[in-house]
Write a protein that binds this ligand. Structure first.
Ligand code: IPD
Ligand code: CA
Ligand code: CA
Length: 266
């Protein structure tokens, strides 16, 4: 399989869908919001963008299955599977905040081989393919080289529907805020991860995320030379729905804090 060529095709189809989302954002009316659960918003833009992606990705690799957030399709491929979030950062989109992205990954035999995150309003196309490294608008990117937390900028996501771990999370935030340059919550896990991959953020952590939120971005971080684990340092971040992704140089220090504030108190 020529992953580089495949990745170029995915980029082209992602750009098309990005154009659709950008156009809709200009006339979007928040009356058309639907609720999937507490604070879990969706709009016709998410669903139409997903259908467009499914249609075009099916032409690229007809035998592949799909796991998609909006469930416009759900199939299992024998070898290949796409994992798609057509619009990551829907709450931002609905409120007119410009940070949102399309997130697409391709898995082969259960392992990632392609990852694409497109931050639509900045025109930033992050991509990675197996063995090829990671790119931003076709230029190679790498995770940061910062070794001291005191020089680092971190990103996270706040819980918004399941609040059982919130007290421990707040303690962790409090400790981290005092040790680093700052803690950001920009509202799109895919963008958070892409920013780790290109060294803007030094690490990102969040829990309760789904595979479509993180599969592409986590692969970008790995191909850019970083580390991705769950909150106890294991590889199963998709299954355990906890993710810590970073440059690898501050990973143990953050894991130790997580153990102290989070896991030990569960
Ligand atoms: C959300 C974003 C957000 C994260 C949420 C996700 P959505 O995805 O990634 O940053 O905090 O947990 O659900 O719903 O906008 O696709
Ligand atoms: Ca998402
Ligand atoms: Ca989404």
């Amino acid at each position: 399989m020529d992953y580089e060529l495949l990745c170029a095709k995915v980029i082209a189809t992602t750009r098309l869908t990005g154009n659709f989302i950008r156009k809709e954002s200009l006339s979007f009316n928040s009356d058309s919001i639907e609720f999937k659960g507490l604070n879990d918003l969706v709009s016709y833009v998410d669903k139409q963008a997903e259908r467009l992606l499914v249609k075009n990705l099916s032409k690229i690799l007809p035998e592949a299955g799909f796991t998609t957030e909006e469930d416009t399709i759900n199939t299992k491929g024998e070898v290949f599977d796409w994992i798609i979030d057509p619009l990551d950062g829907t709450t931002n989109f609905i409120h007119g905040i410009p940070t949102y992205a399309i997130s697409i990954s391709l898995y082969e035999d259960g392992k990632p081989v392609i990852g694409v995150v497109y931050e639509i309003n900045r025109g930033e196309m992050f991509s990675a393919y197996k063995g090829g490294g990671a790119f931003l608008n076709n230029k190679a990117i790498h995770v940061s080289k910062r070794t001291s937390l005191s020089e680092c900028l971190l990103a996270t996501g706040f819980p918004y529907y399941q609040f059982d771990k919130q007290p421990q999370y707040m303690q962790l935030f409090s400790t981290l805020m005092q040790k680093c340059h700052g803690l950001r919550r920009i509202g799109s896990a895919a963008v958070d991860l892409a920013y780790v991959a290109c060294g803007r953020f030094d690490a990102f952590f969040e829990y309760n995320l789904n595979s479509w939120d993180v599969a592409a971005g986590a692969f970008l971080v790995q191909e850019a030379g970083g580390s991705v684990t769950n909150f106890t340092g294991g590889d199963e971040f998709l299954q355990t729905r906890e993710i810590l992704a970073g440059n690898g140089l501050i990973h143990t220090e953050i894991l130790d804090m997580m153990e102290e504030h989070f896991n030990s108190n569960l």
